[in-house]
Design a protein around this ligand. Structure first.
Ligand SMILES: Nc1ncnc2c1ncn2[C@@H]1O[C@H](COP(=O)(O)OP(=O)(O)O)[C@@H](O)[C@H]1O
Ligand SMILES: O=P(O)(O)OC[C@H]1O[C@](O)(COP(=O)(O)O)[C@@H](O)[C@@H]1O
Length: 305
């Protein structure tokens, strides 16, 4: 069974504007709300690709209810721990080609809440895969993902991790099986400036070798991705198209990789599927569908590095 963990879910409130002017009243040309947060988006894309998963994490208040109602409507299983405070709202402002994001502050998580969550993971086994994705709520320590990866590894569970900053820096020391930083997150992780593909390869190889991470997929938005791992080192081009809304593109890549990986056990195929899924989401108003992904698959070119 696949489980996705979103410790800090969100309603994504997407607002379209002609231009965004600071210090005055802007009027929306159209807006909509999505059940978001990285793990939840992975569950949503897996569902569209035909794979079942259960969404775990913390949820609270009327905003949390919006998310669970949505998941129930589309038939995605969930087993969240309930919080007193409201799940956050993340505002995504789309003005012309520019996307500006204001991600909300996380609700408080008590020790009791956290213990209830960890108890849900105790029964997982080597039959299971877990996606840990997104930022950590402010009330949890920065080594939270490190502890979860350590615990799940000991239970034989494969862990897929997609986070950034200090949470990522700590968690990679516990050797998750797969990570998908974007090129900026990779640069931050090593406090380096990335200028060429070879810089990416060099840093990703350190994660593969020194941190014993089986698969490292570094996404680079319209430049595609670079894979370093058990299957070798290669670059994958992204299909060309008009980027409509890139929120969730990274989450779609994670879901695409996981979907193909569990079906084929073939990392190169999985990485191709990841890139096609990310691009299919970037090219559509919301998350990708399987048809959209498979239409783009042939356009993803793989070059050995
Ligand atoms: N403008 C774009 N054109 C084509 N593909 C894109 C574009 N933006 C994102 N993608 C696809 O989505 C994937 C993930 O995007 P990226 O922006 O790197 O991730 P994240 O959302 O995690 O920052 C890329 O590897 C690529 O396949
Ligand atoms: O937990 P974070 O880092 O604040 O990110 C949450 C945001 O990321 C998203 O999951 C989108 O992520 P990507 O664009 O990286 O795929 C949004 O749905 C959500 O608002």
């Amino acid at each position: 069974m696949i489980y996705t963990i979103t410790l800090n879910p969100a309603i994504d409130y997407v607002v379209k504007l002609d231009v965004l002017e600071q210090g005055t009243i802007n009027r929306s040309q159209g807006d909509y709300k999505e059940a978001g947060g990285k793990g939840i988006n992975v569950s949503r894309v897996l569902d569209r690709l035909g794979t079942t998963s259960t969404a775990l994490g913390f949820i609270g208040g009327f905003t949390g209810k919006f998310i669970t109602n949505y998941l129930e409507k589309v038939g995605i299983a969930h087993d969240f721990v309930s919080l007193q405070e409201d799940t956050r709202i993340n505002v995504k402002l789309k003005a012309g080609n520019e996307e500006t994001e204001v991600n909300g502050k996380s609700p408080a998580i008590t020790e009791e809440n956290y213990e209830s969550f960890v108890n849900k993971l105790r029964g997982l086994t080597s039959e299971d895969m877990v996606v840990l994705a997104g930022s950590l709520p402010a009330s949890l320590p920065e080594d939270t993902y490190h502890s979860i990866v350590t615990m799940l590894n000991a239970q034989g569970v494969s862990v897929i991790l997609d986070t950034s900053g200090s949470a990522l820096e700590q968690a990679i020391k516990a050797s998750p099986a797969f990570i998908k930083p974007n090129n900026h997150e990779l640069a931050d992780l090593f406090s380096e400036k990335i200028k060429t593909d070879l810089d990416i390869v060099r840093l990703a190889k350190r994660l593969h070798v020194e941190n014993r991470i089986d698969h490292v997929l570094v996404s680079m938005a319209k430049e595609g991705a670079i894979y370093v791992g058990e299957a070798g080192t290669f670059k994958l081009s992204a299909p060309t198209g008009r980027a409509v809304h890139s929120v969730g593109a990274g989450d779609s890549s994670v879901a695409g990789f996981l979907y193909k990986w569990q079906e084929s056990n073939h990392a190169e195929e999985a990485a191709k599927y990841a890139v096609a899924s990310g691009s299919a989401t970037a090219f559509s108003k919301t998350l990708c569908t399987k048809d959209e992904v498979e239409k783009l698959l042939e356009e993803v070119q793989v070059t050995k590095l």
